[in-house]
Design a protein around this ligand. Sequence first.
Ligand code: 2M8
Length: 459
Amino acid sequence: MTLVAPSSPVAPVSSPPAGVPGEAARPAISPSASLDRAARRVLAANWRRGSTVPAGGLYPHQWSWDSAFIALGLRHLSPVRAQRELESLFGAQWGDGRVPHIVFDPLVPADAYFPGPAFWQSSLRSDAPAVPTSGIVQPPAHALAAWEVFRAAPAVARERSFLPRLYPRLVAWHDYLLTARDLRGSGLMSVVHPWESGMDNSPAWDVPLARVSPLPPSALARRDLAHASAAERPTNTDYGRYIRLARDYRDLRYADTRGSQEFAVEDPLCNALLAAGEHALASIAREVGASAAVHEARAARLTAALTDTLWDGAAGTFFAHDVVSGEALRSYSVAGLMPLIVPSLPAAADLVKTALGDRFRLGSACPVPSYDLTAADHEAGRYWRGPGWVNTSWLFWYGLRLHGELGLADDLRDRLLGRVRACGFREYIDPLTGTGYGTDDFSWTAALTLDLIRTAPSH
Ligand code: 2M8
Protein backbone atom coordinates (compact mmCIF):
# COMPACT_ATOMS: atom_id res chain seq x y z
CA MET A 1 0.00 0.00 0.00
CA THR A 2 1.13 3.58 -0.51
CA LEU A 3 1.73 5.89 2.38
CA VAL A 4 1.57 9.65 2.62
CA ALA A 5 4.25 11.96 3.93
CA PRO A 6 3.90 12.29 7.68
CA SER A 7 2.75 15.78 8.55
CA SER A 8 4.08 17.39 11.66
CA PRO A 9 2.26 19.82 13.91
CA VAL A 10 5.65 21.46 14.43
CA ALA A 11 5.80 22.64 10.83
CA PRO A 12 4.15 26.04 10.33
CA VAL A 13 0.53 25.40 9.45
CA SER A 14 0.83 27.57 6.38
CA SER A 15 3.33 25.28 4.66
CA PRO A 16 1.97 21.92 3.51
CA PRO A 17 4.54 19.12 3.29
CA ALA A 18 6.41 19.08 0.00
CA GLY A 19 6.23 16.17 -2.40
CA VAL A 20 3.56 14.04 -3.95
CA PRO A 21 1.23 12.31 -1.50
CA GLY A 22 1.91 8.64 -1.49
CA GLU A 23 5.62 8.87 -2.23
CA ALA A 24 7.23 9.06 1.18
CA ALA A 25 7.68 5.90 3.19
CA ARG A 26 7.03 5.94 6.90
CA PRO A 27 10.03 5.42 9.17
CA ALA A 28 10.92 1.77 9.54
CA ILE A 29 9.81 0.90 13.05
CA SER A 30 9.40 -2.80 12.57
CA PRO A 31 7.65 -3.65 15.87
CA SER A 32 4.97 -1.18 14.80
CA ALA A 33 4.22 -2.96 11.54
CA SER A 34 1.76 -5.39 13.08
CA LEU A 35 0.22 -2.65 15.22
CA ASP A 36 -0.20 -0.56 12.07
CA ARG A 37 -1.89 -3.50 10.34
CA ALA A 38 -4.17 -4.14 13.30
CA ALA A 39 -5.17 -0.45 13.46
CA ARG A 40 -6.05 -0.49 9.78
CA ARG A 41 -8.21 -3.56 10.36
CA VAL A 42 -10.17 -1.78 13.10
CA LEU A 43 -10.79 1.24 10.90
CA ALA A 44 -11.87 -0.95 8.00
CA ALA A 45 -14.28 -2.91 10.20
CA ASN A 46 -15.80 0.26 11.65
CA TRP A 47 -16.30 2.00 8.29
CA ARG A 48 -19.98 2.36 7.27
CA ARG A 49 -20.78 3.73 3.82
CA GLY A 50 -19.11 7.16 4.17
CA SER A 51 -18.09 7.49 7.81
CA THR A 52 -16.70 5.51 10.73
CA VAL A 53 -18.50 4.42 13.91
CA PRO A 54 -16.52 4.77 17.16
CA ALA A 55 -17.22 1.10 18.00
CA GLY A 56 -19.64 -1.31 16.33
CA GLY A 57 -21.49 -2.38 19.49
CA LEU A 58 -21.30 0.48 22.02
CA TYR A 59 -21.44 3.41 19.58
CA PRO A 60 -23.05 2.28 16.31
CA HIS A 61 -23.54 5.74 14.72
CA GLN A 62 -21.30 8.65 13.70
CA TRP A 63 -19.98 10.85 16.53
CA SER A 64 -18.74 14.37 15.93
CA TRP A 65 -15.34 14.73 17.55
CA ASP A 66 -14.59 11.03 17.03
CA SER A 67 -14.77 11.68 13.29
CA ALA A 68 -12.20 14.46 13.59
CA PHE A 69 -9.71 12.12 15.30
CA ILE A 70 -10.57 9.27 12.95
CA ALA A 71 -9.91 11.53 9.93
CA LEU A 72 -6.44 12.28 11.33
CA GLY A 73 -5.65 8.56 11.11
CA LEU A 74 -7.47 7.90 7.86
CA ARG A 75 -5.44 10.58 6.07
CA HIS A 76 -2.53 8.12 6.13
CA LEU A 77 -4.58 5.35 4.53
CA SER A 78 -6.84 7.12 2.09
CA PRO A 79 -7.01 10.90 1.76
CA VAL A 80 -10.42 10.58 0.13
CA ARG A 81 -11.84 8.51 2.97
CA ALA A 82 -10.46 11.01 5.50
CA GLN A 83 -12.14 13.84 3.61
CA ARG A 84 -15.41 11.95 3.36
CA GLU A 85 -15.37 11.33 7.11
CA LEU A 86 -15.55 15.08 7.71
CA GLU A 87 -17.82 15.79 4.74
CA SER A 88 -20.44 13.30 5.92
CA LEU A 89 -20.47 14.86 9.38
CA PHE A 90 -20.82 18.38 8.02
CA GLY A 91 -23.52 17.12 5.68
CA ALA A 92 -25.65 16.84 8.85
CA GLN A 93 -24.94 20.41 10.00
CA TRP A 94 -27.98 22.37 11.14
CA GLY A 95 -29.03 25.70 9.63
CA ASP A 96 -27.85 27.58 12.71
CA GLY A 97 -24.34 26.21 12.20
CA ARG A 98 -24.31 23.58 14.94
CA VAL A 99 -22.74 20.24 14.13
CA PRO A 100 -24.69 17.55 15.98
CA HIS A 101 -22.81 15.25 18.31
CA ILE A 102 -24.40 12.14 16.76
CA VAL A 103 -25.52 11.53 13.19
CA PHE A 104 -27.77 8.48 13.34
CA ASP A 105 -27.48 5.70 10.81
CA PRO A 106 -31.04 4.95 9.65
CA LEU A 107 -30.03 1.35 8.94
CA VAL A 108 -29.15 0.68 12.59
CA PRO A 109 -32.06 -0.61 14.73
CA ALA A 110 -33.70 2.21 16.70
CA ASP A 111 -32.97 0.62 20.07
CA ALA A 112 -29.28 -0.08 19.42
CA TYR A 113 -28.18 3.09 21.23
CA PHE A 114 -29.84 5.12 23.96
CA PRO A 115 -30.87 7.88 23.64
CA GLY A 116 -31.68 7.31 19.99
CA PRO A 117 -33.32 9.39 17.23
CA ALA A 118 -36.82 9.11 18.74
CA PHE A 119 -35.55 10.80 21.89
CA TRP A 120 -33.68 13.64 20.20
CA GLN A 121 -36.39 14.41 17.60
CA SER A 122 -34.17 16.61 15.46
CA SER A 123 -37.13 17.03 13.09
CA LEU A 124 -38.59 19.45 15.67
CA ARG A 125 -36.32 21.94 13.97
CA SER A 126 -36.96 23.00 10.42
CA ASP A 127 -33.26 23.79 9.95
CA ALA A 128 -32.12 20.26 10.91
CA PRO A 129 -31.00 17.91 8.12
CA ALA A 130 -33.15 15.10 6.76
CA VAL A 131 -30.98 12.50 8.46
CA PRO A 132 -31.84 12.14 12.17
CA THR A 133 -29.29 13.64 14.56
CA SER A 134 -28.91 14.59 18.19
CA GLY A 135 -29.30 18.28 19.09
CA ILE A 136 -26.23 18.90 21.23
CA VAL A 137 -22.64 19.40 20.07
CA GLN A 138 -19.15 18.12 20.89
CA PRO A 139 -15.67 19.68 21.13
CA PRO A 140 -14.73 21.51 17.90
CA ALA A 141 -11.75 19.45 16.76
CA HIS A 142 -12.80 19.63 13.11
CA ALA A 143 -10.96 22.66 11.67
CA LEU A 144 -7.67 21.33 12.99
CA ALA A 145 -8.44 17.90 11.53
CA ALA A 146 -9.55 19.36 8.18
CA TRP A 147 -6.30 21.28 7.82
CA GLU A 148 -4.19 18.25 8.70
CA VAL A 149 -6.19 16.09 6.31
CA PHE A 150 -5.56 18.64 3.56
CA ARG A 151 -1.83 18.85 4.35
CA ALA A 152 -1.48 15.09 4.02
CA ALA A 153 -2.60 15.13 0.38
CA PRO A 154 -3.06 18.65 -1.03
CA ALA A 155 -3.34 17.52 -4.65
CA VAL A 156 -6.17 15.07 -3.93
CA ALA A 157 -7.91 17.64 -1.73
CA ARG A 158 -7.69 20.35 -4.39
CA GLU A 159 -8.94 17.97 -7.05
CA ARG A 160 -12.04 17.30 -4.92
CA SER A 161 -12.44 20.96 -3.80
CA PHE A 162 -12.34 19.60 -0.26
CA LEU A 163 -11.50 22.86 1.49
CA PRO A 164 -13.53 25.26 -0.68
CA ARG A 165 -16.58 23.11 0.11
CA LEU A 166 -15.84 22.61 3.81
CA TYR A 167 -14.55 26.08 4.70
CA PRO A 168 -17.95 27.88 4.80
CA ARG A 169 -19.35 25.07 6.93
CA LEU A 170 -16.44 25.21 9.37
CA VAL A 171 -16.90 28.98 9.61
CA ALA A 172 -20.65 28.60 10.29
CA TRP A 173 -19.82 26.00 12.98
CA HIS A 174 -17.38 28.29 14.76
CA ASP A 175 -19.76 31.26 14.32
CA TYR A 176 -22.48 29.30 16.12
CA LEU A 177 -20.17 28.45 19.03
CA LEU A 178 -18.80 31.99 19.30
CA THR A 179 -22.19 33.68 19.21
CA ALA A 180 -25.12 31.50 20.37
CA ARG A 181 -22.85 29.66 22.81
CA ASP A 182 -21.08 32.67 24.28
CA LEU A 183 -23.59 32.73 27.11
CA ARG A 184 -22.15 35.56 29.19
CA GLY A 185 -20.22 37.65 26.69
CA SER A 186 -16.82 36.41 27.89
CA GLY A 187 -15.61 35.55 24.40
CA LEU A 188 -15.61 31.83 25.30
CA MET A 189 -18.08 29.13 24.24
CA SER A 190 -20.13 27.21 26.80
CA VAL A 191 -21.23 23.61 26.75
CA VAL A 192 -24.77 23.05 27.99
CA HIS A 193 -24.56 19.31 28.60
CA PRO A 194 -21.73 17.13 29.99
CA TRP A 195 -21.85 15.07 26.76
CA GLU A 196 -20.92 18.24 24.87
CA SER A 197 -17.58 18.36 26.67
CA GLY A 198 -16.67 14.91 25.36
CA MET A 199 -15.54 14.09 28.91
CA ASP A 200 -19.00 13.06 30.02
CA ASN A 201 -18.61 12.14 33.69
CA SER A 202 -15.53 14.23 34.44
CA PRO A 203 -15.30 15.09 38.15
CA ALA A 204 -15.16 18.72 36.98
CA TRP A 205 -18.91 18.49 36.30
CA ASP A 206 -19.87 17.07 39.72
CA VAL A 207 -20.65 20.45 41.30
CA PRO A 208 -22.84 21.86 38.49
CA LEU A 209 -24.49 18.47 37.92
CA ALA A 210 -25.45 18.15 41.58
CA ARG A 211 -28.01 20.92 40.95
CA VAL A 212 -29.81 18.81 38.34
CA SER A 213 -32.42 16.39 39.65
CA PRO A 214 -31.98 13.07 37.87
CA LEU A 215 -34.72 11.14 36.12
CA PRO A 216 -35.35 7.77 37.81
CA PRO A 217 -33.66 4.62 36.46
CA SER A 218 -37.07 3.51 35.09
CA ALA A 219 -36.84 6.41 32.60
CA LEU A 220 -33.50 5.14 31.25
CA ALA A 221 -33.15 2.42 28.67
CA ARG A 222 -29.38 2.19 28.93
CA ARG A 223 -27.79 0.12 26.16
CA ASP A 224 -24.18 0.87 27.07
CA LEU A 225 -24.17 -1.69 29.89
CA ALA A 226 -24.70 -4.47 27.38
CA HIS A 227 -21.27 -3.63 25.93
CA ALA A 228 -19.16 -2.46 28.89
CA SER A 229 -19.03 -3.17 32.60
CA ALA A 230 -21.09 -0.89 34.87
CA ALA A 231 -17.95 -0.25 36.96
CA GLU A 232 -16.32 1.36 33.91
CA ARG A 233 -19.27 3.52 32.87
CA PRO A 234 -21.15 6.53 34.33
CA THR A 235 -23.58 5.71 37.15
CA ASN A 236 -27.36 5.59 36.82
CA THR A 237 -27.57 8.88 38.72
CA ASP A 238 -25.25 10.48 36.14
CA TYR A 239 -27.40 9.06 33.35
CA GLY A 240 -30.59 10.29 35.01
CA ARG A 241 -29.10 13.79 34.97
CA TYR A 242 -27.83 13.51 31.37
CA ILE A 243 -31.25 12.50 30.11
CA ARG A 244 -33.01 15.18 32.18
CA LEU A 245 -30.79 17.92 30.73
CA ALA A 246 -31.10 16.60 27.17
CA ARG A 247 -34.89 16.30 27.47
CA ASP A 248 -35.22 19.86 28.76
CA TYR A 249 -33.00 21.27 25.98
CA ARG A 250 -34.99 19.30 23.39
CA ASP A 251 -38.26 20.59 24.83
CA LEU A 252 -36.94 24.12 24.27
CA ARG A 253 -36.32 23.04 20.66
CA TYR A 254 -32.62 23.40 21.31
CA ALA A 255 -32.86 27.18 21.75
CA ASP A 256 -29.75 28.76 23.27
CA THR A 257 -31.55 31.50 25.18
CA ARG A 258 -29.19 33.08 27.69
CA GLY A 259 -30.11 32.22 31.27
CA SER A 260 -32.30 29.23 30.36
CA GLN A 261 -29.59 26.63 31.06
CA GLU A 262 -29.43 24.62 34.23
CA PHE A 263 -25.96 23.40 33.24
CA ALA A 264 -23.57 25.71 31.39
CA VAL A 265 -19.79 25.68 31.68
CA GLU A 266 -16.87 27.22 29.82
CA ASP A 267 -14.58 24.27 29.31
CA PRO A 268 -10.85 24.74 28.60
CA LEU A 269 -10.71 21.75 26.22
CA CYS A 270 -13.49 23.04 23.95
CA ASN A 271 -12.17 26.58 23.96
CA ALA A 272 -8.62 25.42 23.29
CA LEU A 273 -9.83 23.43 20.29
CA LEU A 274 -11.75 26.48 19.12
CA ALA A 275 -8.65 28.69 19.38
CA ALA A 276 -6.43 26.11 17.65
CA GLY A 277 -9.24 25.67 15.12
CA GLU A 278 -9.24 29.39 14.32
CA HIS A 279 -5.50 29.15 13.61
CA ALA A 280 -6.28 26.25 11.28
CA LEU A 281 -9.10 28.26 9.67
CA ALA A 282 -6.64 31.07 8.97
CA SER A 283 -4.49 28.58 7.04
CA ILE A 284 -7.54 27.16 5.28
CA ALA A 285 -8.71 30.68 4.38
CA ARG A 286 -5.34 31.36 2.73
CA GLU A 287 -5.61 28.14 0.77
CA VAL A 288 -9.12 28.92 -0.52
CA GLY A 289 -8.43 32.61 -1.21
CA ALA A 290 -10.45 34.01 1.70
CA SER A 291 -9.27 36.43 4.35
CA ALA A 292 -7.19 34.91 7.13
CA ALA A 293 -7.28 38.09 9.20
CA VAL A 294 -10.66 37.44 10.79
CA HIS A 295 -9.50 34.03 12.00
CA GLU A 296 -6.17 35.34 13.27
CA ALA A 297 -8.04 37.99 15.24
CA ARG A 298 -10.46 35.42 16.64
CA ALA A 299 -7.61 33.11 17.62
CA ALA A 300 -5.91 35.97 19.45
CA ARG A 301 -9.16 36.91 21.22
CA LEU A 302 -9.83 33.32 22.27
CA THR A 303 -6.27 32.89 23.56
CA ALA A 304 -6.60 36.07 25.60
CA ALA A 305 -10.04 35.07 26.92
CA LEU A 306 -8.81 31.60 27.88
CA THR A 307 -5.84 33.09 29.70
CA ASP A 308 -7.74 35.94 31.37
CA THR A 309 -10.75 33.86 32.38
CA LEU A 310 -9.80 30.21 32.94
CA TRP A 311 -6.08 30.24 33.76
CA ASP A 312 -5.11 29.83 37.42
CA GLY A 313 -1.43 30.67 37.75
CA ALA A 314 -1.06 29.38 41.31
CA ALA A 315 -2.63 26.05 40.39
CA GLY A 316 -0.71 25.86 37.10
CA THR A 317 -3.77 24.81 35.13
CA PHE A 318 -6.92 26.02 33.39
CA PHE A 319 -10.15 25.46 35.34
CA ALA A 320 -13.60 25.36 33.76
CA HIS A 321 -15.96 28.19 34.69
CA ASP A 322 -19.48 27.48 35.91
CA VAL A 323 -21.64 30.02 34.08
CA VAL A 324 -24.66 29.38 36.31
CA SER A 325 -22.92 29.93 39.67
CA GLY A 326 -20.17 32.23 38.42
CA GLU A 327 -17.54 30.05 40.16
CA ALA A 328 -14.38 28.35 38.90
CA LEU A 329 -14.64 24.53 38.89
CA ARG A 330 -11.36 23.75 40.62
CA SER A 331 -10.90 20.21 39.42
CA TYR A 332 -7.61 19.01 37.93
CA SER A 333 -8.84 17.24 34.83
CA VAL A 334 -6.82 16.71 31.66
CA ALA A 335 -9.06 19.33 30.03
CA GLY A 336 -7.09 21.93 31.98
CA LEU A 337 -3.89 20.90 30.16
CA MET A 338 -5.42 20.96 26.70
CA PRO A 339 -4.72 24.64 25.91
CA LEU A 340 -1.19 23.43 25.16
CA ILE A 341 -2.50 22.89 21.61
CA VAL A 342 -2.88 26.66 21.19
CA PRO A 343 0.04 28.37 19.39
CA SER A 344 1.77 31.14 21.37
CA LEU A 345 0.01 30.22 24.61
CA PRO A 346 1.67 32.25 27.39
CA ALA A 347 1.10 29.48 29.96
CA ALA A 348 2.63 26.66 27.90
CA ALA A 349 5.72 26.08 30.08
CA ASP A 350 3.60 26.05 33.26
CA LEU A 351 1.24 23.48 31.77
CA VAL A 352 4.15 21.17 30.95
CA LYS A 353 5.36 21.56 34.53
CA THR A 354 1.94 20.63 35.88
CA ALA A 355 1.79 17.62 33.58
CA LEU A 356 5.16 16.45 34.88
CA GLY A 357 4.01 16.84 38.50
CA ASP A 358 2.28 14.34 40.81
CA ARG A 359 -1.21 14.87 39.47
CA PHE A 360 -0.46 13.66 35.91
CA ARG A 361 3.06 12.14 36.10
CA LEU A 362 3.79 12.71 32.42
CA GLY A 363 7.17 11.01 32.79
CA SER A 364 5.68 7.65 33.77
CA ALA A 365 1.87 7.50 33.69
CA CYS A 366 0.45 6.73 30.24
CA PRO A 367 -1.92 7.61 28.61
CA VAL A 368 -2.15 11.03 30.27
CA PRO A 369 -4.66 10.50 33.12
CA SER A 370 -8.04 12.08 32.51
CA TYR A 371 -8.10 13.17 36.13
CA ASP A 372 -5.74 14.01 39.00
CA LEU A 373 -3.88 10.88 40.19
CA THR A 374 -3.62 12.33 43.70
CA ALA A 375 -7.35 13.04 44.13
CA ALA A 376 -9.29 10.88 46.58
CA ASP A 377 -12.03 10.35 43.98
CA HIS A 378 -9.67 9.31 41.15
CA GLU A 379 -11.03 6.06 39.64
CA ALA A 380 -8.45 4.42 37.38
CA GLY A 381 -10.98 2.38 35.38
CA ARG A 382 -14.08 4.56 35.25
CA TYR A 383 -14.44 6.42 32.00
CA TRP A 384 -13.47 10.12 32.31
CA ARG A 385 -12.78 9.97 36.07
CA GLY A 386 -9.19 8.76 35.91
CA PRO A 387 -8.19 6.48 33.02
CA GLY A 388 -6.04 7.83 30.21
CA TRP A 389 -7.47 8.25 26.73
CA VAL A 390 -5.55 8.22 23.47
CA ASN A 391 -7.29 11.31 22.03
CA THR A 392 -6.44 13.71 24.87
CA SER A 393 -2.94 12.18 25.04
CA TRP A 394 -2.56 12.74 21.30
CA LEU A 395 -3.62 16.37 21.74
CA PHE A 396 -1.07 16.82 24.53
CA TRP A 397 1.60 15.21 22.33
CA TYR A 398 0.62 17.61 19.53
CA GLY A 399 0.93 20.52 21.97
CA LEU A 400 4.33 19.36 23.20
CA ARG A 401 5.61 19.33 19.63
CA LEU A 402 4.02 22.69 18.90
CA HIS A 403 5.83 24.25 21.86
CA GLY A 404 9.18 22.63 21.09
CA GLU A 405 9.13 19.99 23.85
CA LEU A 406 10.36 17.38 21.42
CA GLY A 407 11.99 14.98 23.86
CA LEU A 408 8.86 14.79 26.01
CA ALA A 409 6.72 14.41 22.88
CA ASP A 410 8.75 11.49 21.52
CA ASP A 411 8.76 9.79 24.89
CA LEU A 412 4.98 10.14 25.22
CA ARG A 413 4.52 8.80 21.69
CA ASP A 414 6.68 5.75 22.35
CA ARG A 415 4.94 4.94 25.60
CA LEU A 416 1.48 5.42 24.09
CA LEU A 417 2.35 2.98 21.32
CA GLY A 418 3.69 0.57 23.93
CA ARG A 419 0.46 0.73 25.92
CA VAL A 420 -1.72 0.10 22.89
CA ARG A 421 0.53 -2.72 21.72
CA ALA A 422 0.08 -4.35 25.13
CA CYS A 423 -3.67 -3.94 25.63
CA GLY A 424 -5.14 -3.39 22.17
CA PHE A 425 -7.33 -0.58 20.86
CA ARG A 426 -9.23 -0.10 24.08
CA GLU A 427 -11.40 2.92 24.77
CA TYR A 428 -9.45 3.95 27.90
CA ILE A 429 -6.49 2.65 29.86
CA ASP A 430 -5.33 2.68 33.49
CA PRO A 431 -2.42 5.13 33.26
CA LEU A 432 -0.38 3.31 35.93
CA THR A 433 -0.97 -0.39 35.23
CA GLY A 434 -1.82 -0.30 31.53
CA THR A 435 -5.05 -2.29 32.02
CA GLY A 436 -7.48 -1.58 29.19
CA TYR A 437 -11.14 -0.67 29.80
CA GLY A 438 -14.35 0.11 27.96
CA THR A 439 -14.92 -1.19 24.47
CA ASP A 440 -12.26 -2.83 22.31
CA ASP A 441 -11.56 -1.95 18.66
CA PHE A 442 -12.24 1.69 19.43
CA SER A 443 -11.81 3.80 16.31
CA TRP A 444 -10.02 6.89 17.60
CA THR A 445 -7.54 4.73 19.52
CA ALA A 446 -6.77 2.91 16.27
CA ALA A 447 -6.70 6.06 14.13
CA LEU A 448 -4.44 8.07 16.41
CA THR A 449 -2.17 5.06 16.96
CA LEU A 450 -1.77 4.95 13.21
CA ASP A 451 -0.98 8.65 13.19
CA LEU A 452 1.65 8.23 15.90
CA ILE A 453 3.25 5.35 14.01
CA ARG A 454 3.24 7.22 10.71
CA THR A 455 4.56 10.50 12.12
CA ALA A 456 8.32 10.60 12.24
CA PRO A 457 9.79 11.18 15.72
CA SER A 458 10.82 14.81 16.18
CA HIS A 459 14.51 14.05 16.67
C1 2M8 B 1 -18.77 8.89 24.92
O1 2M8 B 1 -19.99 9.61 24.97
C2 2M8 B 1 -21.25 9.04 24.55
C3 2M8 B 1 -22.27 10.16 24.56
O2 2M8 B 1 -21.90 11.11 23.62
C4 2M8 B 1 -21.74 7.88 25.41
O3 2M8 B 1 -21.20 7.65 26.49
O4 2M8 B 1 -22.69 7.22 24.97
C5 2M8 B 1 -17.64 9.90 25.21
O5 2M8 B 1 -16.44 9.25 25.50
C6 2M8 B 1 -17.47 10.85 24.03
O6 2M8 B 1 -16.37 11.69 24.19
C7 2M8 B 1 -17.32 10.08 22.72
O7 2M8 B 1 -17.32 10.96 21.64
C8 2M8 B 1 -18.45 9.04 22.53
C9 2M8 B 1 -18.23 8.13 21.33
O8 2M8 B 1 -16.93 7.60 21.35
O9 2M8 B 1 -18.57 8.23 23.71
